[in-house]
Design a protein around this ligand. Sequence first.
Ligand SMILES: Cc1cc2nc3c(=O)[nH]c(=O)nc-3n(C[C@H](O)[C@H](O)[C@H](O)COP(=O)(O)OP(=O)(O)OC[C@H]3O[C@@H](n4cnc5c(N)ncnc54)[C@H](O)[C@@H]3O)c2cc1C
Length: 244
Amino acid sequence: MECALVLKRRGHNPVIFEKEDQLGGLFLTASAMTFKENDKQLIEWYKNEIKKAGVEVRFNTEVNDLGTIRRGFDEIIVCTGSVPRTMPQIKGFEKTRTFRELLREKKVEGDKIVFLGGGQSSCEAAYDLVLAGKHPTIVEYGNDLVAAQATCLANTSFLRDAMEYHKVPVYLHSTITEIGDGYCVIKTPDKTFKVECDAVINGIGFVPAPVGEKAPHVHRVGDCVAIGNLRTVIWRAWDVCMRI
Ligand SMILES: Cc1cc2nc3c(=O)[nH]c(=O)nc-3n(C[C@H](O)[C@H](O)[C@H](O)COP(=O)(O)OP(=O)(O)OC[C@H]3O[C@@H](n4cnc5c(N)ncnc54)[C@H](O)[C@@H]3O)c2cc1C
């Protein structure tokens, strides 16, 4: 949306091809938590600007071969985002549920939810569950929650404090070795034990998923280049479009 708006302002005639029936991408999931009202408003602002600017959007249109659109356009900007990382070596990994299912689609039922991975997304989602009176658990391989660099310190310290204050069980230096129906097996440095749970959420991150090959007049923007956040996405969108 940022690319299309910048290009439109610069006199081009951009068209957005979107495989779903609405704009917003992963940020619809990212902003679904109860305490992210400003983020929801940002998506609405973008959608509104797209409408006001008269940008053509072709919904329900998945493009998996850039050749199919190459003839009609001078430049192609690939902004296809990412897909959840997988760890098939964990027995039962296919039973994990996604952030999208948990936050946006509200398809994950139950009270005891275990997060595999303790990054910002898991901690925010766990906090949202706590606010709803539910009982999350976080299992993190590293030695700290929200350890990724370039994350806002105010957010990370709040999330760590919130987990402690709400007594969310957090297992550091730990992993999940098996996921079954109604349980998972947690391995800490001291012991391996089974816990009952209603769902395990895949919180181990995302991997870039660009469509098509790199080629002249093909540009890439956003998480399909490297996993980032709205700031990295929007800044790169501006940089790329200013050169077109
Ligand atoms: C739980 C969670 C919380 C987050 N919280 C924050 C936060 O607080 N702040 C922040 O800045 N960032 C946050 N992020 C990260 C942020 O959501 C992403 O960095 C951002 O959405 C990436 O934008 P993008 O446009 O590159 O990709 P996406 O948002 O993934 O958009 C890609 C779009 O391309 C479409 N698409 C994909 N393939 C095709 C195809 N073949 N044909 C047509 N269309 C296609 C998709 O349907 C989608 O609409 C969070 C992420 C998660 C998972």
